[in-house]
Design a binder for this molecule. Structure first.
Ligand code: SAH
Length: 343
């Protein structure tokens, strides 16, 4: 079966040419798909014969809501979607004054092994397809009735470990015939795969790159993020500098505050020094407790922030949303997996 929904409009036009159909048909189908129809039958401006032809040769498999949780505190909505092959992934819709932001997954599970993250506990099962990434935005919008204006790739998975798919996805959501969400409304978060960051820089996209740093020194970072064991903080910062020089886009450094691990004054000082040559800002994140992990949230966030600021670093502290609904990375999928194992 052809994965028609993962195609760009150009690819779809070529595909329709092969089918002996005119180019405007491709545009119609592209528009229908990006409006979130659940079957080819809903494409009422196509002939019945064409709809049947597409249904017999093309894959159209929208995700099902496996579970949905709405935060009573702040209206955050978390979806656990069941994909065509039975795997589950998570999407979170966060409501801010400046618009609704959807946080989407890029893989089923993750192979990066970060010590504080629930998404990686069972390893990586598979990559998502561009259509499965797009569907998270489309069906979150349709189910919630809320329009999405911003997208963050901060759900389950390491986006740069699924590089080609993510680029295709960005092209799809960016399409004027589709959701038309501009690159400046998109953030991509990575644990720091330097070769892939260099590759991304070559595309000179106007998206915001977030680097999950979590520690400014190799000893600590390698302890909590295995990816650091082969690369190291200095190499990562050199890469970030290149990224900034090439794209002109400031990087956002994510830093989850972990009690007694990365929240010491000397680490704030080292972080400030490292940032001198790599313009960007630091986003301090209150650690979300993961039951399987011994790591606990820091109680020094305010002091750490002050110390960074006194050294000229721009710092924000992330507001916690959806704390009552397991809204952080991988927690809901993890729960579902454990329940299935027990039953
Ligand atoms: N793989 C990508 C994107 C997914 S994780 C990355 O590593 O950036 C999105 C962000 O949530 C990352 O910064 C990640 O380090 C952070 N994160 C994961 N588990 C967390 C937890 N328990 N508490 C706080 N932040 C967490």
């Amino acid at each position: 079966m052809t994965d028609i929904k993962s195609m760009s409009l150009t690819e779809m036009t070529d595909y329709f040419k092969e089918l002996g159909e005119p180019a405007f048909r491709a545009r119609q189908v592209f528009q229908w798909l990006h409006r979130g129809v659940r079957s080819f039958d809903e494409m009422t401006n196509l002939s019945r014969a064409l709809r049947e032809k597409l249904a017999s040769s093309c894959l159209l498999c929208p995700p099902q809501v496996e579970r949905k949780q709405v935060s009573a505190q702040d209206g955050t909505i978390k979806y656990l979607w069941r994909l065509g092959d039975g795997n589950c992934i998570e999407t979170v819709l966060m409501r801010y004054h400046h618009g609704n932001t959807v946080c989407i997954s890029s893989q089923v599970g993750c192979r990066m092994g970060c010590a504080f993250c629930a998404s990686t506990l069972g390893g990586k099962v598979r990559d998502l397809t561009p259509a499965e990434m797009l569907d998270q935005v489309l069906f979150t919008q349709l189910d919630s009735g809320l329009e999405v204006s911003n997208i963050v790739l901060m759900g389950i998975g390491e986006p740069l470990d699924n590089f080609d798919t993510v680029l295709r996805f960005l092209d799809l959501v960016n399409s004027p015939e589709g959701l038309n969400i501009g690159m400046r409304h998109i953030s991509l978060s990575t644990c720091g795969l330097v070769e892939k960051i260099d590759k991304l820089a070559d595309y000179r996209l106007q998206l915001t790159l977030s680097v999950s740093l979590h520690a400014p020194d190799d000893e600590t970072r390698s302890q909590i993020m295995p990816v650091n064991r082969s690369v190291g903080v200095e190499t990562l910062f050199a890469c970030c500098r290149r990224y900034f020089e090439k794209t002109g886009r400031r990087i956002s450094y994510e830093y989850a505050m972990i009690d007694g691990v990365n929240d010491a004054d000397w680490q704030a000082d080292l972080l400030a020094r490292r940032l001198k040559g790599a313009p960007g800002h630091v986003n301090l994140i209150p650690l979300n407790d993961v039951a399987e992990s011994p790591l606990r949230p820091s109680r020094r966030t305010a002091a750490f922030q002050k110390r960074l600021e006194s050294r000229g670093v721009t710092v924000t502290v992330r507001r916690r949303l959806g704390g009552d609904i397991d809204a952080s990375c991988g927690q809901l999928r993890r729960k579902r997996l454990l329940e299935t194992e027990q039953s």
